[in-house]
Design a protein. Structure first.
Length: 478
């Protein structure tokens, strides 16, 4: 699935309109909305605004009426855009000028589309409240009114839809921030608008888990190492290593402080153990190194990072205290490196790294992540309810996940997954697939343990079934 920003969608619309007769796209959009809505009831209230989203609503109402359904139109505002006025003129049954007391089975939200630029208030806010308290099945056209099309944040108030019919392409805001809770089920209707822009939602990871040949050995599947854990946060190392071992990597190693090393002995007999800061040269043979989980922020961690930047040529995944050390002692070190780097910050960590406020990041997570990735030549995985993964050019949005993941330890599991995957995949692929896997495992853990009780350990237990499912799917595809 491809997601477009408001500006990208505007450019695609304008290009398509130059090649088609006037009003063709609005006619197609309105019919697509009506076709989807007819599956959910027989009496409809179409709530229209004054712009092109309202125009789509008038078209949808006309088609539903022609198909024999009971249809009313509520015009919250008089049509203003030229196309909206044209389509309103074709609606012959009059409009409601006030909120009706009658109940409807289906309400179609065509109040505002992606062009909303300020918080809703007054009649607009009251219309949203009216839709939400109707108790009907709510279908939103393109994006729930009140949701920002670029970042998914609520602009004052927003419609809570049961289903959203995205026209041509899903909009970023449908699958980010509050959009995740307001869009309901998302369906995309193709109406013939081409676009080469947008970001990708990773929906199928089976190509990354092809059948393995019989004639292989552990060296075939790479060596990965984690520099993690401390006396204060020994669990972080355990969680990350547990995840790493489940990715199919050939060799796994935990490099940790001498004082905490005894706590790990015997916990994972499959993994090598070594002491942080000693015999650093042997680390350089790993295909991927993950650093930061539970280390604490210290000059020693920054020193370790600088050594790896200078001497290591594989993929370096930096999380947690590795990120904090960069932010505290010098993020410019990222510009002088021999290795490929994946950063996995949450918004607060990214704020420290980038110097941007968390509000600025929330307003444009894709843009801020891409800008940082380009400036420093890194992969950024900006974590959130939907995570942005980008190298500054190609961008993925991961939308798998569960509120069950909003607990300590989930980030350590993610780092372990990405470190193992990057031992055989590109840094961008490894980061995107790792985020997808964590989310899917979180969804399964929620089903079994509940959203309140599922822990990072429960999530770990679901990773093998996620990987097995992907491998089986790859095998079926041949």
């Amino acid at each position: 699935m491809k997601l477009l920003s408001n500006e990208e969608m505007r450019r695609a619309d304008e290009a398509a309109m130059r090649a088609l007769p006037p009003l063709t796209l609005m006619e197609r959009a309105g019919r697509a909305i009506a076709e989807e809505a007819r599956e959910y009831g027989s009496d409809f209230l179409v709530v229209c605004g004054s712009g092109n989203n309202g125009g789509d609503g008038y078209v949808a109402a006309r088609y539903l009426k022609e198909w024999g359904f009971d249809v009313s139109v509520l015009a919250v505002f008089s049509p203003k855009s030229e196309d909206c006025r044209a389509m309103a003129a074709l609606w012959q049954d009059g409009v409601l000028g006030r909120f009706p007391r009658r109940r409807y089975g289906v309400v179609i939200d065509c109040l505002f589309g992606t062009g909303l630029s300020r918080p809703l208030q007054g009649d607009a806010a009251e219309a949203v409240s009216f839709i939400n308290r109707m108790g009907a099945f709510v279908l939103s056209a393109d994006i729930p009114s009140g949701i920002n099309g670029d970042n998914g944040m609520t602009m004052g108030t927003a419609v809570k839809a049961d289903k959203t019919v995205a026209i041509a392409y899903a909009k970023r805001g449908c699958l980010m921030a509050d959009g995740l809770d307001c869009c309901g089920k998302l369906v995309v209707k193709d109406i013939g608008i081409p676009s080469d822009e947008g970001i990708e939602v990773l929906e199928d990871i089976s190509p990354y888990f092809p059948p393995r040949r019989r004639n292989v050995h552990k060296g075939t599947f790479g060596r990965a190492c984690l520099i993690a854990g401390s006396m204060a946060y020994s669990g972080a190392g355990l969680l990350a290593l547990s995840a790493l071992l489940k990715t199919g990597v050939g060799y796994a190693e935990l490099n940790t402080g001498r004082d905490v090393l005894p706590h790990y002995i015997g916990k994972f007999p499959e993994a090598l153990l070594s002491v942080m800061g000693e015999d650093r040269e042997h680390l350089l043979g790993a295909k991927c190194i993950g650093i930061g989980c539970g280390l604490t922020t210290s000059p020693e961690v920054y020193e370790e990072l600088c050594f790896l930047f200078e001497h290591y040529e594989g993929t370096l995944v930096i999380d947690a205290d590795g990120l904090n050390a960069l932010a505290k002692f010098g993020v410019q070190a990222l510009k002088q490196k021999a290795c490929k780097v994946v950063l996995t910050p949450h918004p607060k960590e990214f704020s420290r790294l980038s110097g941007k406020t968390t509000e600025e990041i929330a307003a444009d997570p894709v843009g801020e992540a891409k800008a940082f990735a380009r400036e420093y030549g890194v992969i950024v995985l900006l974590k959130g309810a939907s995570s942005v993964i980008t190298d500054g050019e190609k961008t993925y949005l991961n939308v798998t996940g569960s509120p069950a993941l909003a607990k300590g330890g989930s980030g350590d599991v993610l780092t372990g997954l990405i470190t193992g995957l990057c031992a055989r995949l590109s840094p961008l692929e490894g980061a995107a697939v790792g985020a997808y896997l964590l989310g899917k495992a979180g969804e399964l853990a929620e089903k079994k343990r509940g959203v309140y009780s599922a822990t990072a350990t429960d999530v770990l237990e679901e990773i093998p079934s996620c990987l097995h499912s992907a491998a089986e799917q790859a095998e079926r595809k041949g």
